[in-house]
Design a protein around this ligand. Structure first.
Ligand code: NA7
Length: 485
């Protein structure tokens, strides 16, 4: 008694909720979750665009310990995922531990503890900081000349403008990552005209989206093994294994199989030859994050939809001017232009030992030992931090694996066996050398631009599959950590 440790969690998205509920279950630890937004569930709270869904099957994009028999479709909508996380917060009694509208502006390691400051001036102290601030959070607003002079509504996909004209309007969508593809698929039947500005076309993996029937849901409820059979059964695991082999060995038969599926999808789904050639990517499948969609090709073949692969010259007050001089008059312009992917917890100022700031450590690019910790930053752990697995995997799975690893280090602190734990510089450097060398061999590095690549063009990702990830994260190697009593 009297020596209860305090853990400060940053972010009440999926990862922060996970950390909170695990600490609550452990008991005998004081913790709080600071959340910048006015509601929980992170990316699923911010993103509200039409067509938003997770491209990992719903029963696999679920906490392993909280299966959900009620998912209404094979691929859950963003709204339903948000409700799932809100339900978890409720059921685990986490609400009293979450402080909303609380942006953390700085974290400083001083006198063996973390001093955390919030935008509203509040100062808190804790023994441990868990940064669960998300991967794709800060919008990338493209530097297109004239954007600010557009007279209609122009907005990034993460700050959806509910007042914007869509139905019966002339809509443009810039960007054809997963976000742009989902938005275009959803708006195709609604807009008077829809232009998809698609600078670099994408390979599309077909999926079969469908609703679960009431009978199916009842059977999931009655027998959770049926849910496990979807998540852990041969079908989904087979798809995952094929993908993992393909990304780590671009010359494998598995990669050839994926290439054949996406090529066939293009050939058989798009009737018009000119459109088909426009939509044909000039790089390898899965080099950019594969897009999973069952309705995009159908959407772009609708009569009022145009795919524009030319370069944008400028945005003018009434629309978009192309480099070839052509002009699209628009009422609404959606920027599905992705994220500033090198930010992670920043702009929060994080200062570790000897006044070393995370900005200095990450001056070249963000990196982290096993994606969870940084040398010089004791008792500071990240969930879904830099260099973690990001390619078409369930980030819930990833966060759970990382949590089991972090938990073992945390336990040393919580039970008083150590006051501080930090990864050594040597361990972090040798890990990063191995990781970057392996990452160069993945399909992500075969010659396309994507948000996976760092500023050297090296994928900033875990370079293997999930089974290897779980194995490598099973137990911390304590020789790689420095403990202080
Ligand atoms: P992505 O996958 O980073 O896609 C961004 C898209 O925006 C991509 O098509 C870009 O084209 C395009 N883009 C960015 N800037 C411009 C400019 N200036 N002009 C034209 N086009 C531009 O982001 P998403 O939000 O779709 O998806 C991110 C992740 O969220 C996704 O992978 C899932 O993990 C969930 P480019 O390819 O660079 O030519």
């Amino acid at each position: 008694m009297g020596d209860m440790k305090r853990v400060l969690i940053i972010g009440a998205g999926m990862s922060g909720i996970l950390a909170g509920l695990k600490l609550k279950q452990r008991g005998n630890v004081d913790f709080i979750i600071y959340e910048k937004a006015d509601a929980v569930s992170g990316t699923w709270k911010y993103n509200r665009y039409p067509g938003l869904a997770c491209d990992v099957p719903a029963h696999a994009y679920t906490f392993s310990f909280e299966p959900n028999p009620d998912w209404s479709e094979v691929y859950a909508s963003g709204q339903e995922i948000r409700a799932y996380f809100e339900g978890i917060v409720e059921r685990y009694g986490l609400t009293p531990y979450i402080r909303l509208n609380s942006e953390v502006t700085s974290c400083e390691w001083a006198d063996g503890r973390w001093r955390v400051t919030l935008a509203d001036g509040l100062v808190d102290h804790g023994d441990v900081v868990i940064a669960a601030s998300g991967v794709l959070h800060h919008p990338n607003i493209p530097a297109i000349p004239g954007l600010e002079r557009f007279e209609g509504d122009a907005f990034h996909s993460t700050v959806w403008n509910d007042a914007a004209k869509l139905d019966g309007a002339r809509v443009g969508v810039i960007g054809c990552g997963s976000t742009g593809v989902q938005i275009v698929s959803a708006l195709a039947g609604r807009a008077r005209s829809l232009v998809h500005f698609c600078r670099t076309p994408q390979w599309i993996m077909p999926i079969c989206q469908r609703a679960y029937s009431e009978e199916e849901k009842a059977s999931f409820r009655a027998d959770p093994n049926l849910i496990d059979a979807i998540r852990y059964g041969d079908k989904y695991q087979g798809v995952l294994r094929r993908f993992e082999t393909a990304i780590t060995d671009p010359e494998s038969p598995e990669m050839a199989e994926i290439e054949q599926i996406v090529r066939e999808n293009l050939e058989t789904s798009v009737q018009d030859e000119a459109l088909r050639e426009k939509l044909r990517p000039a790089y390898r499948a899965a080099c950019k994050r594969l897009i999973f969609s069952g309705d995009y090709y159908e959407a772009v073949q609708q009569p009022r939809v145009t795919v524009e692969t030319g370069g944008i010259e400028a945005v003018e007050p009434c629309g978009v001017r192309m480099r070839d001089g052509s002009f699209y008059e628009l009422d609404t312009l959606v920027l599905a232009t992705g994220f500033a992917v090198d930010r992670f917890i920043r702009p929060t100022r994080v200062t570790g030992e000897n006044g070393l700031s995370l900005d200095e450590v990450w001056a070249d690019r963000p990196s982290a030992y096993r994606a969870v910790c940084v040398p010089g930053f004791p008792n500071f752990f990240m969930l879904n931090g830099p260099t973690g697995p990001v390619g078409n995997f369930s980030l819930i799975d990833v966060a759970e694996t990382q949590w089991r690893y972090i938990e073992q280090l945390l336990e040393l602190l919580l039970n008083g066996n150590a006051k501080a734990v930090a990864v050594t510089r040597a361990a972090a450097e040798s890990y990063e050398q191995w990781r970057a060398a392996e990452a160069r061999k993945t399909v992500f590095a075969t010659g396309c631009a994507s948000w996976y690549l760092d500023n050297r063009g090296v994928p900033n990702t875990w370079p293997k599959g999930l089974p290897e990830f779980r194995k490598s994260m099973a137990n911390p190697d304590m020789q790689e950590f420095a403990l202080s009593a």
